[in-house]
Design a protein around this ligand. Sequence first.
Ligand code: SF4
Length: 134
Amino acid sequence: MITNMDQKQNIKINCIVCPVGCRISVNNTENVLAISGNKCIKGFDFAKAEIEAPIRAYSTTVRTIFSEHPVLPVKTNKDVPKEKIIDIIRELSGIIITNRIGIGEKVVSNIAGTGCDIIASSNILKEQKYVKAV
Ligand code: SF4
């Protein structure tokens, strides 16, 4: 099913799968997609997904109770539907980390009903601070 292209016949997409960054053309003629400009099959798959149901990995920070590290970097454990990212931001705005969790530990399950979890992407809360005595 083609949804995002209903209003447009031709669109250009920058492939973000690898650093080459191919500029991909997608043409929709009578609900048949013609994809060109991609240097590999991953770009084809990316462009098709961008038209039909775009997904993204999402990274951000959430607040903590720890004064030395007031925010903790976190990310989704899988790609999530792009249309859900605003809902994810809203849900995370109410989260405050109270435990010294580390990389890969779960912060929120099933964020915004996506079936994906938010996990810590840093060990900063577990790092010890050594203060040199003078
Ligand atoms: S189409 Fe292939 S080579 Fe081009 S940016 Fe995408 S993944 Fe990289």
